[in-house]
Design a protein around this ligand. Structure first.
Ligand code: DGL
Length: 272
């Protein structure tokens, strides 16, 4: 692997959602530098074809490699479902790569939960990736999936700030009978942690909510330690945030997702 301990951690998503993953990494691995790419020009990924999403993922990975990243975190469930196995081969010997799905599966399997609800984009749900991976580890687990088609776009638009609207949308999706009798819910989209509290309030405290923010950060830390790539002195380089399309209000939304003031730069990746 042609990389060093001090190289940055690359994180990408279709938009701001992956910033919830970046936020977890910044919290649990404060000595690391993060380079973030949000492909806002192509958001949402969730209803695009596999081929299209895969092409985006290759191009973004090349760009993160050019930035010298030692590990690439696919901070998007949709992109993880489609591209993880391909990127593992593509990036072999160049950088480590993780998806957000394996860490989540590991956390669910370790818990006592047996009937797991899953909310995610159409592409993630139709891939069956969560049910396949969970049932491979424990065939007793029951997974009840529910497509929440517009939720990522609604959150991206900043609607999460309007609590009555958000509560109504959450009720619309989560009152689906398919989610009756679940003991837990996977937030299968990295945009959803931003409305975790509202989701938990709707479900009640007796339902365990799995959100990728901390789970993925712990997984990254374990992997970097195992590969002797964990930075042990604080990086003096600031985190870098790039998006492919500068949308109105993005910086404000991005700060809420990341939980800290950030400078967002436009990266015209698709114009070259
Ligand atoms: N954040 C992405 C995910 O985790 C979903 C948003 C989209 O559809 O682009 O699946």
């Amino acid at each position: 692997m042609r990389t060093t301990i001090n190289a940055p951690i690359g994180v990408f998503d279709s938009g701001t959602g992956g910033l919830t993953v970046a936020r977890g990494i910044a919290k649990h691995l404060p000595q690391e530098q993060i380079v973030y790419f949000g492909d806002t020009i192509h958001l949402p990924y969730g209803d695009k074809s596999e081929e299209t999403i895969l092409n985006y993922c290759y191009k973004i990975s090349d760009w993160l490699l050019d930035k010298g990243c030692k590990i690439i975190v696919i901070a998007c469930n949709t992109a993880s479902a489609v591209s993880y196995e391909h990127l593992k081969k593509y990036l072999e010997g160049k950088a480590l790569v993780i998806s957000v799905i394996e860490p989540m599966v590991e956390a669910v399997v370790k818990s006592a939960c047996k009937h797991i609800g899953l909310i995610a984009t159409p592409r993630t749900i139709t891939s069956n990736i969560y049910s396949n991976k969970l049932q491979l580890k424990n065939p007793v687990l029951k997974v009840s999936p529910k497509v929440t088609r517009s939720l990522a776009s609604i959150i991206e638009e900043g609607m999460f700030a309007h609590q009555p609207v958000m509560r109504a949308i959450i009720a619309y999706y989560l009152n689906d009978p398919v989610l009756r009798n679940i003991d837990s819910l996977i937030l299968g989209c990295t945009h959803y942690p931003i409305i975790r509290e509202a989701i938990q309030a709707h479900l009640g405290e007796h339902i365990t909510v799995f959100d990728s923010t901390d789970i993925v950060a712990h997984y990254v830390k374990k992997l970097l330690i195992a590969k002797n790539l964990l930075c042990n002195t604080p990086s003096n380089k600031p985190h870098e945030f790039y998006i492919s399309d500068y949308t109105t209000g993005f910086a404000r939304t991005a700060e809420m997702f990341f939980g800290d003031a950030i400078t967002v730069q436009h990266c015209p990746l698709w114009e070259s």
